[in-house]
Ligand binder design. Structure first.
Ligand code: F6R
Length: 606
């Protein structure tokens, strides 16, 4: 979604801003722009990719201070005029803004009455004009921004550039902003990943905070005007390259990174001798765990699918009632929160607004939440203050793959640890640990020999609709497979627990309809086979993902075997062919695999 990058220092700003924008590209956007201050503030903005913006830039842009933005349209169509940065009427104030200004109509009306002509349809532009007006009161940029934000309602990650001052004023409320401290230079971004090539020393602004940056100094204050000292975080080097390397797409690279990602996730977190998990982030004593009444897991999209698997693992291993909730629904249903319950917020980016709101709802009602998060220092990780990082390394393709696997692995370790203090025996624990430790190698084995993925692609690429079915722990895998194919190949897909098929979706089946079955060799396989027969009897063609050596293979039109594994961990194997099917179908249909239309990597609006 929208991204911000800013720079102040002694180097030419434009190249650094463009580099920052490229690092934000993976989040998804529809237009970009930069503003660089010298004698004037020059603004260049354009619909399309960063590459499109570069085509309109002069060969040299002088200036050592600037701000840049990637926009994902919310208010106003995708157009050059609506792209950020936005400038005030006298050209002396320029802003980039992430988030939504809810009372924009009111602000625009009052500006129009004062004779200001707004140039865009965005909710953001009004802020530039109000800051200009407030600046004329006392010529104090920081106070002008502060007073403006007192008039605004909504969310913001905001950076403001002033023609007459060598500074950037930033503010955060509900939309992340991180300041990077260099040597005689300062950076600011909505995404820590964009800062790490320049500095590891960062300050995460919290909601209601502001920063005034000059090239040598940052001064921090609350929006109410209270000054405070910066608390510097030194970012650790993440594993994994954020460059493509030898791969044609980030999605393929990230599918292939799953074995290593899983090794990073489980490393040091399993106690083989005691058959237990060793997750430091679960700050609960066994006697507290024994009293947990229920568990709730929250997530969106892929994270929700992983949470559903977590739910099943927790119920199975710990014998505690567990439910996965879609974050965007959670707070609006006025949920009853039991402070003794365990809550998990599952999220790759750690910035998903819906999940963040759900976390706040739980906290407001006296509960506490564990984060199961990939991006270190992200808003949800900090809001929860406890939990685990899943250590997937940077995930850049919009379609999530390796983060899904690591969420499932992290939740399986949670389930084990809670389970060992309640219902799971040491031997069962050791078994699961064995299984987890084998997974990276088994995925590698499968990736060496992927089966007839391209035949499956031929079968589905022109289909009107693809049905994905699985039972038990494979039902969320079916959902994940459908989500992946739909989001990157734009084929309508439905996913159901296989037993539900006969209660409705069966009506869709006609001669040749493709149905993808996920049927590992577990206790519900026989039931899944019945559903498969029902589909075949109506002319459907079956793509079957199953375990190697299982004679169920003969039932399928296309059979894709994966290595055998502990039955509770089968999603970590069965999901891989679904990722590959989605990837190759998108390629066959000429879709933009890494940046599917309309989607954003990090969804920071509700
Ligand atoms: C699908 C996908 C999305 C995200 C969802 C939540 O491939 O990536 O469905 O899973 O937007 O994002 P996070 O995990 O960042 O909270």
């Amino acid at each position: 979604m929208c991204g911000i990058f800013g720079y102040l220092g002694s180097r030419q700003a434009s190249n650094i801003l463009l580099d920052g924008l490229r690092r934000l590209e993976y989040r998804g956007y529809d237009s970009t722009g930069i503003a660089v201050k010298d004698e004037t503030i020059q603004i260049y903005k354009k619909v399309g990719k960063v590459g499109d913006l570069e085509t309109i830039l002069p060969s040299q842009i002088d200036g050592t201070v600037g701000i840049a933005h990637t926009r994902w349209a919310t208010h106003g169509v995708v157009s050059d005029a609506n792209a950020h940065p936005h400038r005030s009427a006298n050209g002396k104030v320029v802003i980039v803004h992430n988030g939504i200004i809810e009372n924009t109509r009111q602000l625009r009306t009052s500006l129009t009455v004062q004779g200001v002509e707004l140039q865009s349809d965005t909710d953001s532009e009004a802020l530039a004009h109000v800051i200009e007006r407030e600046l004329s009161v006392d010529n104090n940029p920081e106070n002008a921004v502060r007073r403006t934000l007192h008039l605004a309602r909504g969310t913001w990650g905001l950076c403001v550039l002033f023609l007459e001052y060598d500074m950037i004023v930033c503010a955060r409320n509900g939309s992340p902003l991180i300041i990077g401290q260099g040597d005689g230079e300062m950076f600011v971004s909505s995404d820590p990943h964009a800062l790490t090539p320049y500095t590891q020393r960062v300050v995460f602004l919290e909601d209601g905070e502001m920063a005034t940056l000059t090239k040598n100094q940052m001064s921090l204050s609350t929006i109410k005007g209270k000054n405070f000292d910066p608390s510097i975080t030194v970012l650790e080097d993440d594993w994994g390259e954020s460059e493509l390397g030898e791969y044609p797409h980030f999605m393929l690279k990230e599918i292939y990174e799953q074995p290593d990602a899983l090794r990073h996730c489980i490393s040091g977190r399993l106690d083989r001798v005691r058959g237990n998990g060793r997750l430091g982030g679960l700050k609960l004593e066994p006697r507290d765990l024994a009293k947990v009444p229920h568990v709730r897991l929250l997530g969106c999209g892929t994270a929700f699918n992983a949470a559903e698997i977590g739910q099943m693992l927790i119920e199975k291993l710990a014998r505690i009632p567990a439910v996965a909730h879609i974050s965007s629904e959670f707070r609006h249903n006025d949920p009853v929160i039991n402070p003794n319950a365990l809550h998990f917020a599952v999220t790759q980016s750690g910035e998903t607004a819906d999940t963040l709101s759900a976390v706040k709802e739980i906290q407001l009602k006296g509960g506490s939440v564990y984060g199961v998060v990939n991006v270190v220092g992200s808003s949800i990780a900090r809001e929860c203050g406890k939990g685990v990082y899943i250590h997937s390394g940077p995930e850049q393709a919009v379609a999530s793959t390796k983060a899904f696997s690591n969420m499932v692995a992290a939740l399986s370790m949670f389930a084990l640890q809670v389970g060992r203090s309640r219902a799971t025996s040491k031997e069962q624990g050791k078994d699961l640990i064995n299984g987890l430790q084998q997974i990276p190698h088994l995925i590698e084995e499968y990736l060496e020999n992927q089966g007839p993925i391209l035949e499956a692609v031929e079968m589905i690429k022109d289909a009107k609709c693809v049905l994905f079915l699985g039972r038990g722990i494979s039902a969320p895998v079916a959902k994940e497979g459908a989500l992946k194919l739909m989001e990157i190949a734009y084929i309508p897909c439905l996913a159901y627990p296989a037993g539900e098929m006969k209660h409705g979706p069966i009506a869709l089946l006609e001669e040749g309809s493709p149905v993808v079955f996920i049927a590992p060799n577990d206790h519900v396989k026989v039931k899944t086979i019945s559903a498969m027969h029902e589909c075949k009897a109506r002319g459907a063609r079956i793509i079957l993902i199953h375990e190697e050596g299982d004679d169920i293979a003969s039932e399928a039109d296309i059979s894709i075997p994966v290595p055998q594994v502990h039955s509770l961990l089968s999603p970590l194997l069965t999901v891989i062919p679904t990722q590959l099917i989605a990837y190759h179908t998108a390629l066959a249909l000429g879709c933009n695999v890494d940046r599917p239309r309309n989607l954003a990597k990090s969804v920071t609006v509700e």
